[in-house]
Design a protein around this ligand. Structure first.
Ligand SMILES: Cc1cc2nc3c(=O)[nH]c(=O)nc-3n(C[C@H](O)[C@H](O)[C@H](O)COP(=O)(O)O)c2cc1C
Length: 359
């Protein structure tokens, strides 16, 4: 029976165990959206994970929506990320970068020349974001024109190329948590006509063009993707999530991606939202490739899901924030450190690199 501690080949990557550090935004980048020395230390401390999915990183200046997130569009960012990837590799770890475009979850004060956020729609999300002035409502977006999409796809292509130049073992395309790609996927947000709106096929087009570009740049064996069919974070669910995400997975299956990463239930909340059943196993069966699951996993559930073959990899988020040696603690059945919830977003070493390891 498969356990958390068994090695696995994932696309081009040989992982030492099945324990993944989920992508976690920590808002500690330096001016220029550059990961600094504390970030190097933070990831180094967690390198015993079979795989680290490094925090969501904007693919361009217009892709950012929160203060002090590290980017992957400039040469200075590539050089700074090299320090992170070298530190993780020196400890024998593997690390991929999550490629992010927030779409309409942004604020003009965070964008170049105070420009508007872009999305599938010009409807404003009922959501807040974090800026220099604290939490503020997101700005009104403008709908991308169809003729702007090739430029957007190029930004993803450049980001993937930059990630490899920065020493990452691959990338995870962020198609979850109601950011840009999901703003195109869901009919609760996407009100376009034309090739990127209307039918499920059309709403899936942007996602597939992004995947095609990234895979063309760095190879399918280094490319993963993250989905969250039942997450309502900044947008309502699609009118038919099972049909929508069923189509997405059917189209992804033949590409040979390194893995598919699915958040089960409401991200960071209930795994089984009341009255909103979703058949994840149907997606898993259709995908056939390496299946990563996340959301509220503890040792017991993770162990049983791996043993029964319902998943190949388990991603842990909050437990990895507060337990740099999570792998060892899981192995030894040790207690976990408590999460310092007031130190998640922004700040310095406190609540970031100062969580204790076992003696
Ligand atoms: C502080 C924090 C930052 C997060 N940042 C990201 C992110 O950058 N990208 C992403 O896809 N999910 C992000 N998430 C969601 C987590 O990856 C994960 O899905 C969630 O915490 C549920 O897993 P857990 O129960 O193991 O913590 C974040 C969650 C938290 C708590």
């Amino acid at each position: 029976m498969t356990t958390l501690f068994d090695p696995i080949q994932v696309g081009d990557l040989q992982l030492a165990n099945r324990i993944v550090m989920a992508p976690l935004t920590r808002n500690r980048a330096l001016p220029g959206n550059i990961p600094g020395p504390l970030t190097v230390e933070y990831y180094r401390q967690r390198a015993t994970a079979g795989l680290i999915v490094a925090e969501a990183s904007p693919i361009s200046p217009t892709a950012q929506g929160y203060l002090d997130t590290p980017g992957i569009w400039s040469d200075a960012q590539v050089q700074a990320w090299q320090q992170v990837t070298q530190a993780v590799h020196a400890e024998g770890g593997k690390i991929v970068l999550q490629l992010w475009h927030v779409g309409r979850i942004s604020h003009t004060s965070l964008l170049p020349d105070g420009e508007q956020p872009v999305s599938s729609t010009n409807q404003t999300a009922k959501a807040s974001t974090f800026t220099r002035d604290g939490f503020v409502p997101v700005s009104a977006p403008r709908a991308l024109r169809d003729d702007e999409i090739p430029g957007l796809i190029n930004d993803y292509r450049r980001a993937a190329r930059n990630a490899i130049a920065a020493g990452f073992d691959g990338v995870e395309i962020h198609a979850a948590n109601t950011y840009l790609i999901e703003q195109f996927l869901r009919d609760s947000v996407n009100d376009r006509t034309g090739p990127y709106g209307g039918s499920i096929e059309n709403r899936t087009r942007l996602l597939l063009e992004v995947v095609d570009a990234v895979v063309g740049e760095i190879g399918a064996g280094r490319t993963g993707i993250r989905l969250s069919p039942m997450t309502t974070f900044t947008a309502p669910l699609d009118s038919n999530p099972q049909a929508l995400y069923g189509h997405v997975v059917e189209k992804l299956a033949p590409i040979g991606l390194a893995y598919l990463h699915v958040i089960e239930g409401e991200t960071g909340g209930t795994r089984t939202p009341e009255g909103k059943a979703f058949d994840y196993e149907a997606l898993h069966k259709a995908f056939k490739g390496t299946w990563m699951v996340n959301n509220g996993y503890k040792k017991e559930l993770a162990t049983s899901v791996l043993a029964s073959g319902q998943a190949d990899l388990i991603a842990f988020g909050r437990l990895f924030i507060s337990n740099p040696d999570l792998v060892r603690r899981l192995r030894e059945g040790a207690e976990f450190n408590a999460l310092q919830a007031d130190k998640l977003y922004g700040g310095g070493a406190a609540g970031y690199t100062d969580y204790p390891t076992l003696a």
